[in-house]
Write a protein that binds this ligand. Structure first.
Ligand SMILES: [Zn+2]
Length: 419
């Protein structure tokens, strides 16, 4: 989307695109609405609304559902967004398994699939992406709007989405978008997985009061996705929110980035599981000792159970991770003063045990006046957040829909969001 009306120099075509986007976003926002109500809400003329609606009806994105109750005179025809008119595919390449989903235009999952990565990287990882997408494309029951991909690494979102650097996947300058467009003949958008998570929460998660939102995702790594004043923040070099690599100690574990003592070496979900295993192995009294010795799987639910049972080593691991996560969030709170901070990823399985310490730490380590007004919660869509966010990017880029509830719904407004 363009910043059509900035400086008042918009061309007619840009103004029309902006107005069409406003009309569609307004219909998307509510269950049902009349043309007159859209005109009132957006301050667009009835003619502009009528033209935009006619086009949307023709494209099948909106349907007429009968007449509502009149306030005066003839009852108005009501319009509704057609949620199943197109399907979207969103995939998440950030975890130990590649996950994907076919969703409708409201982000409701119609089909999902996960394929274990089993340590694949390079071309083998790319082949697994193809396998995942081949199978998801075959499951779609409506015309596909496109493919959205959330992947770890630094992604040049604006100029064709090459993945500059995704260390876990061993991808350097992989033209992922071009490869996928060529193979599937569909629009493709690729973005960093934490940025995708922020889009997922912003579009389909809890309702947030302002146009600002930070999503902290803790999985294999740890990062922040930031929506600021209604725009997804990429950063000048596509590294906005790489907060997991803030080195909070000069000692500590080596990070895959080459530095030591990065927050993600303590607070990522995979770091927690690794440390829990080591703690259990070192302590014969630990309830997880036998599992660690036998090299059996230990998941976040096991860690939580051991924590609640008072396992000393495990308690220390969880406390250290929660405090490091709190430090990461305190940094964000002091830098951006964003009211809503949402935690996503497997760490959320630790529930209140983690959240209480995180909240306490944020209060202790940042300006109290800011921290007191910050809400730190878990995402309600945590497990699907990245795949849903990758799908949300398609809604925004291909249909120019943006949630309007936190920003202005008036026409001729400068703050057109841009992902
Ligand atoms: Zn690092």
């Amino acid at each position: 989307m363009t910043h059509a009306l900035r400086n008042g120099k918009a061309t007619q075509q840009q103004t029309k695109a902006h107005n069409d986007s406003l009309v569609l976003s307004t219909i998307y926002e509510v269950d049902e609405i009349s043309r007159a109500a859209i005109a009132r809400r957006t301050a667009l003329s009835r003619t502009s609304v009528g033209e935009a609606v006619a086009e949307l009806l023709e494209r099948g994105l909106v349907e007429e559902i009968g007449r509502g109750r009149p306030s005066l005179g003839k009852p108005p025809i009501l319009l509704r967004f057609s949620s199943e008119a197109r399907h979207l595919i969103g995939v998440d390449l950030s975890g130990a398994e590649f996950r994907g989903a076919v969703v409708n235009l409201r982000g409701e999952v119609r089909h999902e699939l996960s394929l274990p990565r089993d340590g694949r990287s390079g071309g083998d990882a790319l082949d697994l992406v193809y396998t995942l997408l081949d199978r998801l494309v075959a499951e779609a029951e409506a015309p596909l709007l496109g493919l959205g991909v959330g992947t770890p690494g630094l992604i040049d979102f604006r100029s064709g989405s090459p993945v500059h650097w995704a260390v876990n996947l061993d991808w350097v300058d992989v033209p992922l978008r071009d490869l996928l467009e060529l193979r599937y003949g569909l629009p493709v958008h690729v973005l960093n997985d934490t940025a995708a998570a922020a889009m997922g929460e912003y579009f389909f998660g809890a309702r947030h009061a302002t146009g600002n939102l930070v999503v902290i995702k803790s999985e294999e790594g740890l990062g922040a996705g930031v929506v600021l004043e209604g725009r997804l923040l990429h950063g000048d070099h596509f590294g906005a929110g790489e907060i997991g690599h803030l080195a909070f100690t000069t000692e500590g574990r080596q990070c895959h980035c080459g530095n030591t003592g990065c927050i993600e070496t303590v607070a990522s979900a995979s770091a927690i599981l690794r440390a829990a295993r080591a703690a259990a192995l070192a302590d014969p009294q630990s309830g997880l000792h036998n599992a660690a010795r036998g090299n059996l799987p230990i998941d976040m639910d096991d860690v939580l159970a051991a924590y609640e049972a008072g396992d000393r080593g495990i308690r220390q691991v969880v406390v250290e991770a929660s405090r490091a996560l709190g430090l990461a969030i305190a940094t964000v709170v002091c830098t951006l003063n964003v009211q809503d901070v949402v935690i996503a990823g497997r760490v959320t399985r630790l529930g209140g045990a983690l959240l209480d310490i995180v909240r306490h730490e944020v209060l202790a380590r940042s300006l109290a006046a800011l921290a007191r007004n910050t809400r730190i919660e878990f995402s309600p869509i945590s497990s699907h957040i990245t795949a849903l966010g990758a799908a949300a990017v398609l809604l925004h880029q291909e249909l120019a829909i943006w949630p309007l509830r936190r920003s202005s719904t008036r026409a001729h407004h400068d703050g057109v969001p841009d992902a």
